[in-house]
Design a protein around this ligand. Structure first.
Ligand code: R5P
Length: 309
């Protein structure tokens, strides 16, 4: 088994390497003056089961290109099997045509990864499970729910909780978590009655006096979760916390979260944290290295991955 780290999340790759007790394969990734990527794997990988770890997070296009080039290098180096380990699968939100003459970029990315030569993909909490079907190679889509469950049970220690989906699209995920931790479920239904009129947030479910846990796959600008937290506060929630798998956190997101009614936000390390995130008093990062490492191990040993969740 060979584990190789792309540049997007070296810290996570090192943690996965420690968990597996498999050293990171030496690899030289550099940029030419015009920013073209050059990559050289410095160890023999002929006949090996190879795992290239790369989140296609910011800068998404550079990290995606680096992944594609790495897959090509592995293929040409005669790796027996190539698994693209993508803790965060960028472009996943573009999973359908949103209007006339718009792309389905998630499908394009799936095509690129397959054409480059990947044999399988290991990812975490895809924005929509159907993206697995964009590939004709096996995709293992890990769930972060067991990691969240363990953290919530320790943090809230038996306190009655209400899991809240910040939008209708996230209900399946929220329901799964609510069931696992024996909590109530509520849903926020955002509606814009007329164009140009601001969105109305309807809270479906009883949240008054309850500790609410908002759960989502991605926090990007923070708008969805901060607005949801305001709506929950207005409905009398006792406290609002959030658990999000992928902390994209672009622009002023950290500042926005810190000045919102969200008491805490827990994100995973699927995307490497910036200094601003690390220094934030509201945001805490928990690791999915063990989960991803164990899944990679099971793929290598041809054992069940779904048993993990
Ligand atoms: C949308 O469907 C996703 O699940 C997230 O809710 C969304 O991407 C979050 O984006 P933002 O933080 O910019 O509101």
């Amino acid at each position: 088994m060979k584990l190789i780290a792309g540049n997007s999340n070296i810290v996570l790759s090192e943690h996965i390497s420690n968990y597996l007790d498999v050293p990171l394969t030496q690899c030289n990734i550099k940029r030419f003056n015009d920013k073209e990527i050059f990559l050289e794997i410095l160890e023999n990988i002929r006949g090996q089961d190879t795992f290239f770890v790369q989140s296609t997070s910011y800068p998404a296009n550079d990290h995606l290109m680096e992944l594609l080039i790495a897959i090509d290098a592995l293929r040409r180096g005669s790796a027996r099997r190539i698994t693209a380990v993508m803790p965060y699968f960028g472009y996943a939100r573009q999973d359908r045509k949103t209007g006339g003459r718009t792309p389905i970029s998630a499908k394009l990315v799936a095509n690129l990864i397959t054409a480059a030569g990947a044999d399988r993909v290991l990812t975490l909490e895809l924005h929509a499970g159907q993206i697995q079907g964009f590939f004709d190679i096996p995709v293992d889509n890990l769930s972060a729910i067991p990691v969240f469950k363990a953290h919530i049970e320790e943090k809230f220690n038996g306190e009655p909780l209400c899991v809240v989906s910040p939008d209708v699209g996230g209900v399946v995920r929220a329901r799964k978590l609510a069931k696992r931790i024996n909590a109530d479920l509520a849903i926020i239904d955002k509606r814009r009655e007329k164009a140009g009129v601001s969105e109305v947030m309807n809270v479906i479910g009883e949240v008054k006096g309850k500790v609410c846990i908002l759960v989502d796959d991605i926090v990007d600008s923070g708008g969805t979760l901060c607005n949801a937290a305001i709506a929950l506060e207005e409905q009398g929630a006792k406290e609002v916390h959030s658990y999000v798998v992928h902390g994209v956190l672009s622009g002023q997101a950290v500042e926005r979260i810190e000045s919102s009614p969200l008491k805490t936000m827990v994100i995973t390390d699927s995307i490497q944290a910036t200094e601003e995130i690390k220094n934030s008093k509201s945001i805490q990062q928990i690791s999915i290295a063990t989960l991803v490492g164990e899944a990679a191990k099971r793929i290598h040993e041809e054992r069940s991955v779904s048993e993990l969740f």
